[in-house]
Design a protein around this ligand. Sequence first.
Ligand code: SF4
Length: 398
Amino acid sequence: MDLLNTLVEKGLRRESPTREEALAVLATSDDELLDVVAAAGKVRRAWFGRRVKLNYLVNLKSGLCPEDCSYCSQRLGSKAEILKYTWLKPEEAAAAASAGVAGGAKRVCLVASGRGPTDRDVERVTKTIAAIKEQNEEVEVCACLGLLSEGQASRLKDAGADAYNHNLNTSEATYGDITTTHTYADRVETVQQAQAAGMSACSGLIAGMGESDEDLVDVVFSLRELDPDSVPVNFLIPFEGTPLAKEWNLTPQRCLRILAMVRFVCPDVEVRLAGGREVHLRSMQPLALHLANSIFLGDYLTSEGQAGKDDLAMIADAGFEVEGADTTTLPEHRRDAAAHGGCGGHGEGGCGPCGGGEPAAVPADGADAPEAVTAGGPRTDLVAVRRRGAGTDLPPNA
Ligand code: SF4
């Protein structure tokens, strides 16, 4: 297939596909799917080998957000029956982080619901980072606290935050349909503040919110332009109690095409398989490891993920290996360019999706029979609110 040969060659040169080529990847047929995965897999292996980086989410503050992001279980007015709690103490967060590190996580993502942190919140997070690094000196810490005010990025960097996450989530054209309490431009500005302060930027998207192929290509090209070091790809978890509860429109095949397109557009960037992989990829999850070089271990912010031990078994069974603490994730040219050389060489994504976390849902009543399995049909039986880990009395899933 000429298209795929061209895309592999471009990916190996860190050259951007055209918009038409990116759209063509999304339009491939199921007959072509394995060829698409194999082609994008060549680009993935060229830059990241068979390594899989593990990341672990710690939800520092859960629920009760004044913002109205439609995909988020923590949004204003959400009826999702998620855990709600205010800031974890530094030692509680450090204990949760240690569980993730013990499970193989190389990065801990500290997420807090809300529009953005107050200076007092930044002070709390500073203490939390210190507590985590005291126990696990080598672990990368990524903060995900919402929109930043002037000076806060530098304070987080000085506190030891290695990275900052703030997702673009969707295209600029449709952003106003998803959220009204802040703008796409606000999000871009926060990512740029993090970069300017010297933190590694993490910014990604959420697929499955009713967007078009053009929207998906738009947001991924915008991410390439913004030049983050890592791009989390979330698949909407349609939580009951949120406005997008009925948006069950992804299939495993669609998810794989989206991941392949992201890999071709951002060939040498850490592409992270994020929230919703269990719900939408289901038994096809291992194929996604040929496209993404990074995943979240265990649970998400407000929903439960696959058991951590099953994540590790999946990686081993698929012939991949967990990336060790002594290995640098990014290819050398990106490290040397202070990570601002372009997600391909030209200059270079609740918070958990509000950063890497997840859009939200209420679990199906255990007494109910599972709904029929149809391509893209509702699978509410697969969505469970997180009841374990930080903020609960139950041990974390790592
Ligand atoms: S994504 Fe973040 S800012 Fe938006 S509603 Fe959720 S917690 Fe609030």
